[in-house]
Design a protein around this ligand. Structure first.
Ligand SMILES: [Zn+2]
Ligand SMILES: [Zn+2]
Ligand SMILES: [Zn+2]
Length: 458
């Protein structure tokens, strides 16, 4: 690969997910063309992911030459890889790949210290990535993983990340400059999204000087883009004037009281009330006995109320007595034609959170809560950012009184939903992919650093 007016970049992706780096490269190519009249030609050579929806997504949106199902099916001695779409073994290139990206599974690192013989099948993918880099000698590479990797397990002086980087340095240190970017967050690319990742970047020393990669990475870290928009502004959500928020936590008027009686819903601020319309189904005990209040979440919610809303002179019992007869968040939105969440736990969660001072004023504070997370699990944000997305996340926007749609979440994850092809990928599959995916903004920062490093010839 040589820098010039026309750059052709051959890409190989393992554990490719949604191919965030390819999407980011397309975006970068458009900007380079527009501002510098440079042309960047992206050649997705091989794309590997064991998930069928990810393979479909790649075929529709990236059109790689080879779609691979299992990255473990490679014979480094014979120099071949199994291609499931072509149904044959192809030659594994030892030259010609410019960019290698692998978002290896963040799974267990149980069999420590064994390095290239990690017992866990998912852990093995990390070493398979290193072996693949060693064989293919791409000009640039990026390995991505979750932040948890950078923690020590009991009795270990090194973190898992330390071990991986040390193994990589042992295996690849002669050929590559390696830089670790710890805690790279989409907010650095201006997105109102929190999702920290660890990126290990490498540039081949015969193509890029060591200082080139270090200074490009340093420039990125020193020049974060400011986050100018919160999630509601980014999605263009208008202020919801359907709900008369001034009635929240006031005594209901006669009409509202009547409607509440007709609805038979008794969900309230009190986690220990049961509701015949919304019976708890969190466990078999609950399902068999709808008036049981032994569910674990109820005690957690009581603790939360006590620690965040009560004081020495205003006890838990005082609070329940004070607010039980008042109009809750869920009741208010439902009285005004919107729909609250269905489960007993989630309704109580919304009600409790809507009473916390940080949420006010409800109409304009960009509060986003992941309903799939427990009340203490950190899925609650008040700063206008979307918290870490998991494959089962559903984000409730308080001022909008609804869940964000899959398409809105895709937008926050950096996708241009007007051009994304999904064909017969189901919404659940798409959401799951988004939950596992590298943020396109983070991928953009990574490819920009790697390409910029090329300007520094050795
Ligand atoms: Zn093939
Ligand atoms: Zn209810
Ligand atoms: Zn329950």
């Amino acid at each position: 690969m040589r820098m010039g007016n026309h750059i052709r970049i051959v890409c190989w992706a393992d554990c490719g997910g949604m191919g965030a780096e390819l999407i980011a490269l397309e975006g970068l190519a458009a900007r380079l063309e527009e501002h510098l009249t440079m042309s960047l030609e992206i050649v997705p050579y091989a794309f590997c992911d064991s998930s069928v929806p990810a393979q479909k997504f790649a075929a529709l949106n990236h059109k790689p030459r080879h779609i691979i199902n299992d990255m473990m099916q490679r014979d480094f001695e014979a120099g071949t890889f199994r291609c499931q779409t072509c149904g044959v073994d192809h030659d594994l290139p030892s030259r010609g790949v410019d960019l290698y990206v692998c978002g290896f599974p963040c799974g267990p690192w149980s069999a420590r210290g064994k390095q290239l013989r990690f017992g866990d099948a998912d852990g093995d993918k990390c070493w398979q990535a290193i072996k693949s880099i060693k064989h293919m000698t791409p000009c640039l590479f990026a390995l991505e993983n979750v932040i948890r990797l950078d923690s020590k397990s009991d009795g270990n002086t090194e973190t898992d990340l330390d071990q991986i980087v040390r193994a990589m340095t042992d295996e690849l240190g002669d050929l590559y400059t390696i830089v670790t970017l710890d805690g790279l967050d989409p907010s650095r690319a201006g997105y109102p999204v929190r999702r920290k990742r660890i990126l290990v970047l490498g540039a081949r020393t015969d193509q890029v000087s060591a200082s080139g990669l270090h200074s490009s990475a340093g420039a990125l870290l020193d020049n974060s883009m400011p986050v100018l928009l919160n999630y509601r502004q980014l999605l263009g959500l208008a202020t919801n004037d359907t709900s008369p928020w001034n009635k929240l936590w006031e005594l209901p008027g006669a009409d509202d009281k009547r409607s509440l009686i007709v609805s038979r819903c008794t969900c309230s601020i009190d986690p220990f009330t049961t509701c015949e319309v919304h019976p708890c189904k969190c466990s078999n005990t609950c399902k068999q006995n709808p008036t049981s209040t032994t569910c674990a979440w109820r005690s957690l919610h009581r603790e939360y109320i006590t620690s965040t809303l009560c004081t020495d002179v205003f006890s838990y019992d005082d609070l329940i007595a004070e607010y039980s007869s008042k109009l809750t968040y869920v009741a208010l939105i439902e009285l005004n034609g919107l729909r609250g969440l269905h489960s007993c736990r989630e309704r109580n969660l919304l009600n409790i959170l809507s009473l916390t001072p940080k949420m006010w004023p409800i109409a304009t504070t960009p509060n986003l809560v992941d309903k799939s997370q427990g009340i203490y699990r950190g899925g609650i944000r008040h700063d206008g950012a979307m918290g870490t997305l998991a494959s089962n996340s559903f984000m409730w926007s308080f001022p909008d009184a609804r869940l964000l749609s899959t398409s809105e979440i895709a937008t926050l994850m950096g996708h241009d939903t007007s051009s994304t092809q999904v064909a017969d990928i189901t919404e659940a599959e798409f959401r799951k992919m988004l939950g596992l995916s590298l943020h396109v903004g983070v991928a953009g920062m990574v490819v920009a650093v790697l390409l910029a490093s090329l300007g520094h010839e050795p």
